[in-house]
Write a protein that binds this ligand. Sequence first.
Ligand code: UDP
Length: 317
Amino acid sequence: MKLLVTGGAGYVGSVVSALLLEAGHEVVVLDDLSTGHEDAVPEGARLVRGTLRDTASEVLGGAGFDAVLHFAARSLVGESVEKPGLYWDKNLGESLALLEAMRVAGVHRIVFSSTAATYGEPESTPILETDPTRPTNPYGASKLAIDTALAEYARLHGIGGVSLRYFNVAGAYGRLGERHAVETHLIPNVLKIAQGDGGAVKMFGDDYPTPDGTCVRDYIHVTDLGRAHLLALEACEPGRHEIFNLGSGTGSSVREVVEVCREVTGRDIPAETAPRRAGDPAVLVASSDRIQARLGWKPERDLRTMVDDAWTFLRSR
Ligand code: UDP
């Protein structure tokens, strides 16, 4: 298939681009490089530099694309609280420009990077796709709005859309890994300290209603996540919008993650308790039963493998 990958210079987008190329697809990456890296675009993919608003219709028009995989987004919860307008503009506004460009060009399939943040504070765990969506920040709200737009474009314009709601993505795929200018995520932060960046891991809160008092999250390996996109692409059906959660179905606490990092790196990683981070739910664990049943997807890599691959990636840089 001829595929447009928006945000293909970013962490998940570059891994999925690599998997698509390996599967024999033709890949064009559209990325404004605001947070992505040109050298993360896998060899064999063509890079078009630009925003969706300025370039999507030009790139898609008359070019015979079969589908779009849409990763381009701003994805920091804290930043979204400080700059909500930026998140509505970059996430929702640019996605609407993309959907319109697809409609005009007659491209009828899209796989979209949605997020667990669309659910907000869960009522029960594990989280099902049918659970209420009450995002607690502009990041989650902007992604939920895109899911809603996709449902409408499916119903009214015959687009086949799949929204994949990611839980906590980690690990690396060879030379492709997490490279954020400002790193807020737990695993890369712990590994930076293991590498000798100085300081101690700050564990945000130890008084949550969880077995060890620290927050529990559902970590998923970026390669497993990537494989789900290839299955979702095949499953796109005109006129239908589907939502799938993507997690491993098991929760790991912050303390457990730090311990696994110590074991994998063999380093004595200092860690201390810090105040809670605003907006952190105590437990976020996905039920991935729907994607397992519908698409036959299963996670294959455990937390230790995620940390191991992220550590190898970090040391290679
Ligand atoms: N966390 C932490 N110290 C850090 C970074 C994160 O204790 O330096 C905690 C954070 O409060 C959350 C969990 O680790 O409970 C996962 O956070 P991350 O930012 O990786 O992902 P999120 O769940 O927010 O998407």
